[in-house]
Design a protein around this ligand. Structure first.
Ligand code: RIB
Ligand code: CA
Length: 319
């Protein structure tokens, strides 16, 4: 049944990302969804170095057939630490799982940080959502360079952190926060309206075999890419957790914009460990309200995984 023509204007977003197979799936979901207008994609160093995440963002736009999307390169290293990458999860290219040609789309000249600042200044206050899928280096750098933009941000919807699931890159910390805890600390203390999609949610969004095969059933290049990416990327987590599939992290951010009813969470205080080597990057989430620290984030805890994969598959099949 065709959807009733939407009378609501699409939600304007900037995707800040470190592709990454799961980032790629999130970008495809956004580009396939009429509820969303992608103003630009800003790459950040994370899963792989910046030159690769920027190139990978271009490749994903070309897989989607969306060559008009503006892609920018952001920061090449965290604010206070040397870069830690995750080739052990994502492979050398960051998009292992399918061979893709060198992109023919070009990066924008402007830096990703300046694009974020300029866009937030030019768009009406509250109109733009920052969807972050990697370390928060670009966002925090933009906030530090142009403090006036913080109150103009509609929402920051991020994949990062954990409470019940604790860590995936160390026993205490999730990768996106661990790579740049100082940046995360700036964003969590900024006063911006934060929505946090932690491992507590993404570890419930497992790419089981039937869910993986659904992409292969598209019979398209997009479906082949998705299946290849997911097949490769889940190996690390399946081996580590013994689960029936790998957790699909980043598309939960975009799914939240389209169908927030798929998620449940609490408005709580979340602070970032930046001092201790042992617990660097831990998101100290007051889930049980045992402190009087002010709530600063909508921290999600549960997901309707079947509903999520139904949305993801249906939308990406449109590309
Ligand atoms: O910890 C998972 C997160 O780290 C995901 O965003 C993944 O792409 C990596 O960036
Ligand atoms: Ca990511």
């Amino acid at each position: 049944m065709s959807e009733a023509a939407s009378t609501v204007a699409p939600r304007k977003i900037i995707i800040d990302t470190d592709p990454g197979q799961d980032d790629a799936m999130a970008i495809l979901l956004a580009l396939a969804s009429p509820e969303i207008e992608v103003l630009g994609i800003t790459a950040v160093a994370g899963n792989v170095p910046l030159w690769r995440t920027a190139e990978n963002a271009l490749k994903v736009c070309e897989v989607a057939g969306k060559r008009d999307v503006k892609v920018f390169a952001g920061c090449e290293k965290p604010m206070a630490h040397s870069l830690i990458t995750a080739e052990h999860v994502h492979g050398k290219t960051g998009l292992d799982g399918i061979e893709l040609p060198q992109p023919t789309m070009a990066l924008q000249e402007q830096s990703g940080v300046d694009f974020i600042i300029e866009t937030l200044r030019n768009e009406p206050a509250g109109a733009v959502t920052l969807c972050t899928l990697g370390p928060l280096t670009n966002i925090a750098t933009a906030f530090e360079k142009a403090p006036d933009i913080v109150e103009r941000v509609g929402q920051v919807v991020m994949m990062g952190g954990a409470y019940f699931e604790v860590g995936n890159i160390t026993p205490a910390a999730e990768f996106n926060i661990y790579v740049d805890p100082e940046a995360a600390d700036i964003v969590f203390k900024s006063g911006a309206d934060l929505v946090v999609m932690p491992l507590d949610v993404t570890h419930k969004a497992l790419v089981t075999k039937p869910r993986l095969e659904a992409f292969g059933a598209f019979g398209t290049h997009v479906g082949e890419a998705c299946k290849g990416w997911l097949d490769f990327f889940e190996r690390f987590d399946v081996e580590k957790y013994g689960s029936e599939g790998g957790p699909l992290h980043d598309p939960t951010v975009i799914a939240y914009l389209i169908a927030p009813e798929l998620f449940k969470g609490r408005h709580i205080n979340v602070e970032i460990e930046t001092q201790s080597d042992l617990t660097r990057g831990m998101t100290v989430a007051d889930w049980w309200g045992v402190t009087d620290r002010p709530a600063n984030a909508h921290f999600l805890g549960d997901i309707d995984a079947d509903g999520f994969f139904t949305l993801l598959t249906e939308r990406i099949a449109r590309l």
